[in-house]
Design a protein around this ligand. Structure first.
Ligand code: NAP
Ligand code: MG
Length: 484
């Protein structure tokens, strides 16, 4: 049964004005069509933005404690629909069912967290130079927020943008990644079922390269929150500046881990492999470079290889599988090209790296986890974000050398250090040029109540998640009342 997904505009599920659709396929079985989404046009985006604008005043005026009830309800509904939505996401982009279920659980937590934000302070009373005046600040909604999300976290990322947007009083136009448009629609159904008033959340699918600028450039849209690639992020920022909008970008990473000789090597190997290979390496926070002190290089390499050998590649809907396909044909070709490039650049394969269909007797986008050695910082495989299951090992003589090489990148999302040395740990916290630091943890570790984001070219600056989100999704209004 193929699912036919419509746009959701002003509280109604409607087809795109041109009637065209896009097929979504399953990366574990590329011949299987999971469903169809609307190939929307600029006029559909316009209608969605108009609806959001129309609803913005009344939604923004509701008490946050009342808005909170809609988020609570959405959380309850999402929890009930966990398996169904997780399965859809697995079939759309290949991530293992256990991981997509984890993502739904995370999304439920995020909704409940932001529902609680509806009961917290919305401003501050300040001392005035005029003794009988009341001077205070208020956090007010921005108006309409445009949300553009990637396919790699098709549940958690939309929710960690939609939930704060709504609780702080904004209305939303949401465009998911095309690869995961069906999952996106199911999330919108959850808000629909929760009774969110018409126009508060609007949903359009379609190629970002065709309709993205209509959303970002729309005069009724006040802010854009985007997670995706650096190249698209840059064009969004430019258009947002031209059309005077607030914007937030969460972009790529090339995250390093450093393993020193005094580390718990078994723990480090386990967490470096998890960091690199979880979700088939398709995480912005994935570990892609590991700097290993030369005295323990061979031991660590063996431990990592042993971990990699445990992976069982296949369709992530199957419970025995521990390593799913990459998300699409495009991803498959990109990753295989990088493996060829690494070999051309002079790196050597310490493990895996080949496509894994034959032994699987499958036709999906399966690649075995890939471990490169003899890598230098100057190679493209060590510099560019690959977004796939490739880990580069680089030998270093000291912590200082590792830190300096780890920082030599345009990205700055996350970084890990494995050591028992407190002094080096604190030095790493200070000098690592990233937004998220892990000591004896994997680079992808993130909790929804903590600020999430990077430095350098990985982010635009304002953080997502936790209470940090209020910075992006609201503006200050400063009020002075003279009672006389
Ligand atoms: P992408 O190609 O940049 O796409 C992201 C979103 O932007 C999709 O919804 C896409 O729509 C849309 N889009 C494409 N072209 C557009 C345009 N010209 N204007 C407006 N929107 C446009 O990224 P992706 O391949 O989906 O995701 C992988 C990237 O996301 C990686 O670089 C990864 O590091 C990054 N990422 C970052 C974080 C973080 O928090 N820092 C988290 C996850 C992923 P279509 O799908 O229709 O093309
Ligand atoms: Mg894409």
């Amino acid at each position: 049964m193929t699912i036919h997904i419509l746009n959701y505009i002003n509280g109604e599920w409607i087809p795109s004005q041109n009637g065209k659709t896009i097929s979504i396929t399953n990366p574990a079985h590329p011949n299987e069509i999971v469903g169809r989404v609307q190939a929307s046009t600029a006029s559909d985006v316009l209608a969605a933005c108009d609806a959001a604008e129309k609803a913005a005043k009344s939604w923004g005026f509701l008490s946050p404690t009342v808005r909170a009830q809609f988020l609570q309800k959405a959380a309850d509904i999402l929890e009930v629909r966990k398996d169904e939505i997780a399965e859809t996401a697995t079939r759309e982009m290949g991530k293992r069912f256990i991981e997509t279920k984890g993502e739904v659980t995370r999304a439920v937590t995020i909704l409940r967290y932001y529902a609680q934000e509806g009961f917290r302070k919305i401003g501050e009373v300040l001392p005035s130079a005029f003794q009988d005046h009341l001077l205070y600040s208020l956090r007010v909604p921005l108006g309409v927020v445009g949300i553009i999300s990637p396919w790699n976290f098709p549940i958690a990322i939309p929710i960690w943008k939609i939930a704060p947007a709504l609780i702080y009083g904004n209305t939303v136009v949401f465009k998911p990644a095309t690869e995961t448009g069906i999952t996106g629609a199911k999330l919108v159904e959850v808000f629909d079922e929760a009774g969110v008033p018409e126009g508060v959340i609007n949903f359009v699918t379609g190629k970002g390269s065709e309709i993205g600028h209509s959303l970002v450039g729309n005069p009724n849209v006040d802010a854009i929150t985007f997670t995706g690639s650096n190249i698209v992020g840059k064009t969004i920022a430019q258009l947002a500046v031209e059309t005077r909008k607030k914007y937030q970008l969460e972009l790529g990473g090339k995250n390093p881990a450093i393993v020193l000789e005094d580390a718990d090597l078994e723990l480090a190997a386990k967490l470096v492999v998890e960091g690199a290979m979880k979700q088939t390496g398709q995480r912005c926070t994935a570990t892609s470079r590991v700097y290993i002190q030369s005295s323990i290089y061979e031991t660590f390499k063996q431990l990592v290889t042993d971990e990699l050998k445990l992976f069982k590649v296949g369709d992530g809907l199957n419970q025995d599988i521990t390593f799913g396909p990459v998300a699409s044909k495009n991803q498959y070709e990109t990753v295989l090209n990088y493996i060829r490039l690494g070999l051309e650049e002079g790196a050597t394969l310490a493990y895996g790296g080949e496509e894994a269909n034959q032994e699987n007797q499958a036709d999906g986008y399966f690649i075995k986890p890939c471990l490169f050695e003899n890598v230098t910082n100057e190679m493209r495989i060590a510099k560019e974000e690959i977004f796939g299951p490739i880990l580069c090992m680089i030998k270093v003589n000291s912590y200082e050398e590792a830190l300096s090489q780890a920082n030599k990148t345009n990205y700055g999302l996350s970084a890990s250090l494995f050591t028992k040395d407190l002094k080096k740990s604190l030095d790493f916290v200070r000098n690592s040029e990233v937004g998220m630091v892990q000591i004896n943890g994997e680079t992808g570790g993130a909790e929804p109540q903590a600020p999430f984001g990077g430095m350098k070219e990985s982010s635009s600056g304002t953080r997502e998640q936790g209470q940090a989100a209020v910075e992006f999704f609201t503006a200050y209004k400063t009020v002075s009342i003279n009672p006389n």
